[in-house]
Design a protein around this ligand. Structure first.
Ligand SMILES: *Cc1c(COP(=O)(O)O)cnc(C)c1O
Length: 395
């Protein structure tokens, strides 16, 4: 996995430094400033007219934010990108800037809950139509294409069911129908999966998750070709959900350790998945790199490793799921994922509690489904907490 200038992923993540002041600091500086000073009146006039390049105002651009984006682009193999205040801002900016009134687009039903809300409740107010497709019925997707369809929006692996979408097949569908292909690559990160290499046009990130990796700052990014990103940038700089330079500085620093963290998250998650698979109180375990996973071959083809999320179904459904959570002693009950700390969530009673039983089933969520975001603690401590909670919730 080498970039055009022949550096490896890990080296790019550490050695890409675009911002450096006259002091020659070794680590990246933080440009915590709202605006930038003009040399003189003529310079200010030229900057506003767009005749001269440079920094003007941090809603538009900032050297610390640019460094984070430049590095992430090299890691994803993208031409250019923008950074946003949150992952949701990245999703909204992408769809709102690339779609027009009267357009139609297709989205996977298995998406992050708030992305679905934007698609089904906000965009229709502006006359942007959608069709949601089932993740498992990719043959049906072709039937959803209409003359005014412009775009396909997916997540793989999906949240929380961890189902995969074949990136190559989805690219074929988009290429043969002239659709823009957008992938939310939050779960895998560019270390484990590079959608652009498979033909995706736009990659979206919630940087809040693995890119930060320690549950401290919010952030997002949209990456792709200049012709699309320029539209997203125009929308961002006018409407304002821009990334804070402080958060960009934290995120740029975090990218330096993405590879080692994702290796360890994946190693711990595989060990946990193997433990759960062998437990008689557990019905189904889903983890892309378990040989028993229905899409194991596809996982091996498009992902470097399985990532940090594992889901499983305990015998006893919803009630058992909630009892299990209450019995955990170390593992956190919280809404985040991609943290150093292991987190357990029960989608049917939290993130997806508004869905009807039929909708839950369509999204691949069973009532007893527990999703683990496996952290970087010692695996024996993670397993021992889960083991005692399984036993305690049996009664
Ligand atoms: C968390 C998440 C988002 C939203 O990101 P925020 O930073 O919380 O706004 C979008 N997509 C996926 C897949 C996520 O997990």
């Amino acid at each position: 996995m080498k970039s055009k200038n022949n550096q490896h992923f890990e080296t790019i993540a550490i050695r890409t430094q675009t911002a450096r002041s006259q002091f020659g600091e070794h680590a990246a500086p933080l440009y915590l400033t709202s605006s930038f000073v003009f040399r003189d009146a003529q310079h200010g006039s030229a900057m506003f007219a767009g005749e001269e390049e440079g920094y003007l105002y941090s809603r538009f651009s900032n050297p610390t934010c640019d460094e984070f984006v430049k590095k992430l682009c090299l890691m994803e193999g993208a031409e250019t990108g923008i950074s946003t205040a949150t992952g949701m801002a990245a999703v909204f900016v992408t769809l709102a800037s690339l779609l027009q009134q009267g357009d139609h687009f297709i989205a996977s039903r298995s998406l992050f809950g708030n992305s679905l809300h934007i698609i089904t409740n906000i965009l229709p107010k502006w006359g942007i139509e959608y069709t949601l497709v089932d993740i498992s019925e990719q043959e049906e997707w072709k039937k959803a294409v209409k003359p005014n369809t412009r775009l396909l929006f997916i997540e793989t692996p999906s949240n929380p069911g961890l189902d995969l979408i074949d990136l190559e097949k989805a690219t074929d569908l988009c290429k043969s129908n002239g659709l823009l292909f957008c992938v939310d690559n939050c779960f895998a990160t560019p270390y484990l999966q590079k959608p652009i290499e498979f033909g995706a046009d736009i990659v979206i990130h919630s940087a809040t998750k693995y890119l930060d990796g320690q549950g401290r700052v919010m952030g997002g990014a949209v990456l792709g070709e200049e012709k699309w990103i320029s539209k997203a940038y125009e929308f961002l700089r006018r409407t304002g959900p821009s990334l804070s330079p402080f958060n960009a500085w934290v995120l740029s620093k975090s990218l330096e350790t993405l590879a080692v963290r994702m290796d360890k998250h994946s190693e711990n998650a595989l060990k946990l998945a193997e433990y759960l698979e062998s437990h008689e109180e557990v019905d189904v375990v889903k983890y892309p790199f378990l040989p028993a996973f229905p899409q194991y071959e596809l996982a091996k083809k498009q992902m470097k490793q399985g990532g940090g999320l594992v889901s499983c179904d305990f015998k006893g459904g919803r009630e058992r799921g909630m009892k299990f959570l209450d019995a955990l002693q170390m593992i956190s009950l919280t809404a985040n994922l991609g943290d150093t700390r292991t987190i357990a969530t029960h989608p049917a009673s939290t993130t997806h509690s508004k869905l009807t039983d039929a909708e839950l089933a369509k999204a691949g969520i069973t009532k007893g489904l527990i999703r683990f975001s496996v952290g970087l603690e010692h695996i024996d401590d993670i397993i021992s907490d889960i083991d005692q909670a399984i036993n305690a919730s049996k009664k």
